[in-house]
Structure formats: C-alpha cells, structure tokens
Ligand binder design. Structure first.
Ligand code: TRP
Length: 378
C-alpha cells in the first residue's frame, strides 16, 4: 500500500509523483516534449523547466495542432470553497503564460455546485460569496479579457444542460465509483457532478488543453473514454505537483490547515510572522552546525517555494541552492528572502484585484453573452 493518497478532494502523505504517474496512467513530460513546447512557445516556463508541471496526457498532440495551425483552447477551474491561497494561484499563473504564448481561448469554471455538494456544512450563500471573491483573484492573474470566459456552474447550467445530460448518459455509476471512490453513502448530487466538470472540454471543436494540479486527472480519464463517441477530441492535460504547505513536504497547501497556508489577503506582517514561525526549515539546529554542515534545500519549504514560483531567475535560484547547501546562507536569511518576494507579489496582486472589480463583466458577461458563446461554438 502506498503511504500517500491523492484524490480530487484531498492529498496526504509524502507524494511520490513517479508512482502517481503509474497509478493514474499519465505520461512524464520528457526532455524532448519540453524542447518541442519551448520551440512552439519561444521559451520554456520555469515551472516546466523545473518539472513542477511534470506529467501530461496528449500534450504532444497539442503541439502538433499548434504546428499545423489548427489551434487549441484552454480550460481550467476553481472550486469556491473559501478564500484563495498562494497554492491556488500557481497553476493559474502557468495557465496565463500558456494563453499569452499561444493566444488561445480560456474557459474557467467556477464550481459552486461541487463545493456545495462535497463540503459538509457548506451553505449555498457561502459558495456564492466565495465565487465572487475568487473570480476577482482569478482575474487579477492577468488573463486576456478578449480570450477568457469565466462562468459559474449554477448560472451557466441552462446553456449546457443537454450536453451535460449526454455525458451523464454515457457514464455509469460503477465507473464513477471506481474512478472517484464514491460509495452508497455518497450523495447523488455528487455522483452527477463529474458530468459538469467534463462539459467545458467540449466547448469548442478543437483540442482542449487543461493545465491543473494532478488531482483533477480522474475527471479527464472519464472524458477520454467518452469524448469520441460524442464527436469530440479526447482532452489533453498538463499536470502540476502541489505547492507544499509551510509545515513541510507532506500533502498540499490546504484551506483546512490555516497555519500551512499563505492567504492572498494576508498582510505583510502576517506573512512575515507565518514564514518565520511555520515554514519548515532544512537548516541545522544551531548556526555553528549550519555553517559547518550546511542545510538541505530539498526539504526546506522556503527554498522550494522559491523554486516553484518566487524565483524565476535560474542563476539566482542556483545561488540560493548552493549557498544554503554550503552553509553560507542561513535559514533565517532564506526565509527573509522569501518573505520579501511574497509580500511584493501580494501587494501587486491586491492592486490588480481592486481593478478587477471594474473589469469583472468583461470576463463573466453576466450570463447574457454566455448564450452567445454557446451558439458560437456549437
Ligand atoms: N474541481 C476543481 C476544484 O475543486 C475545480 C475545477 C473545475 C477544475 N474544472 C476544473 C480544476 C478544471 C482544474 C481544471 O477546485
């Protein structure tokens, strides 16, 4: 038995990502594929170069489509179960890069229905409040309003219901049980929900590419089983690892462990105190020992966050790595460097989030244009 577990609703233990590739039946992003992506995009995003996005389905076919000028579209989503933290933003930042490089349409699904169904004690009103709040954070990532459509499940459902039913009709309860681990005590809303998460992969008659954390892959497995019988392409996907929580390399940054997360609303003082107090350190217990023996960047959460998101410059990252390992750089200094990066990032984010209050309609189209989107693509 593996000592870790990854499902669309939870991740625990020290995740062995190679084993996960085998378990899920996906493919590793190979050096050759990276080279092809780099040629097509004109550069390689650090999250690809550093294997944060590490696994895929049919990404080679996406690059083919791009080369043949057939194009493709992007799809990702967010479950509005609460305020957002930095871990939620990382795959979205990568998605923005893809949109910038390939100039493609992007659909972002806000799954208020899913979170209402899956979370004990979640009130409908809360999912509505968080949907709005989360959409502001998502817009602040900087997506192109001309190419991005953000829709909330409960609102958009009238446009997609026939398609959702066609998907549901092709999916048996035993498949849903096998793929998601549903049991007889799972509520019946949740067993219907996966058909909605598949719908956006059919929004255009082009190939769809989904950049997201690997825990969402079970949905794409079902999609790929039924897509062609409904006249669509099997979706492609690129899978990321998880941003580790502050507390160490186990599991993922999660909303349920407040100490493990940096919220997008945390102010500079809070960020500093959380990093100092909770960021798991790969350093030694005394300065003398650290200077003599050096630290371990592989388990140092501050270094890992720099690597994943906050230090895109390869040379600077290498210096952090080497100086930490040799003992020249202390844990406190690594933490201070990270704190500064996070705080300047969050300050800029909050400004863009305020601007999003003005532009939100350009992304959501208030339901009206939503119908046109449907007509345009079907
Ligand atoms: N189920 C996702 C969540 O809980 C939300 C989601 C919907 C999503 N569609 C998606 C995530 C597509 C990634 C890609 O957050």
């Amino acid at each position: 038995m593996a000592d870790f577990s990854v499902t669309p609703w939870e991740a625990s233990g020290v995740i062995d990502y190679d084993k996960l590739i085998a378990q899920f039946g996906t493919k590793k992003i190979s050096p050759l594929l990276k080279e092809r992506i780099s040629r097509a995009a004109g550069e390689l995003h650090p999250m690809l170069a550093r294997d944060y996005f590490f696994s895929h389905r049919d990404m080679d076919l996406i690059v083919d489509s791009h080369e043949k000028k057939e194009g493709f579209f992007l799809y990702t989503g967010r479950g509005p179960s609460g305020q957002m933290h930095i871990g939620h933003l990382v795959p979205l930042a990568f998605t923005k890069w893809l949109q910038d490089k390939f100039k493609c349409n992007l659909y972002i699904q806000i799954t208020d229905d899913e979170k209402f169904l899956v979370k004990q004690g979640m009130q409908w009103e809360d999912t509505q409040k968080y949907s709005h709040e989360n959409i502001l954070d998502i817009i602040a990532v900087g997506f192109d309003p001309k190419r991005t459509f953000i829709f909330k499940d409960s609102e958009y459902v009238r446009n997609i219901y026939p398609l959702m039913l066609a998907i549901a009709k092709k999916t048996t309860l035993s498949t849903a049980k096998a793929v998601f681990g549903f049991t007889d005590s799972t509520n019946i809303g949740l067993s219907f929900y996966p058909s909605y998460q598949i719908v956006p992969t059919f929004f255009e008659k082009k190939r769809c590419l989904i950049p997201s954390a690997i825990d969402q892959d079970p949905y794409w497995r079902i999609q790929r089983d039924i897509a062609q019988s409904l006249g669509y392409f099997k979706t492609a996907a690129m899978h990321s690892k998880f941003l580790p929580p502050l507390s160490g390399m186990e599991g993922k940054m999660s909303s349920s462990v407040a100490q493990g997360a940096i919220w997008l609303t945390d102010d500079a003082k809070e960020v500093k105190s959380k990093i100092n107090k909770y960021a798991f350190s790969g350093g030694k217990s005394s300065i003398e020992e650290h200077r003599k023996l050096g630290g371990n960047p592989e388990i140092d959460v501050s270094y890992q966050w720099m690597k994943i998101f906050f230090e895109p410059d390869n040379k600077k990252l290498q210096a952090l790595h080497d100086e930490y390992k040799s003992g020249k750089l202390l844990s406190g200094e690594m933490k201070a460097a990270l704190t500064e990066r996070i705080n300047s990032f969050l300050q800029a984010h909050r400004e863009k989030r305020e601007e999003a209050r003005e532009t939100i309609k350009e992304f959501t189209h208030e339901g009206a244009l939503a119908t046109q989107m449907w007509e345009k693509h079907f």
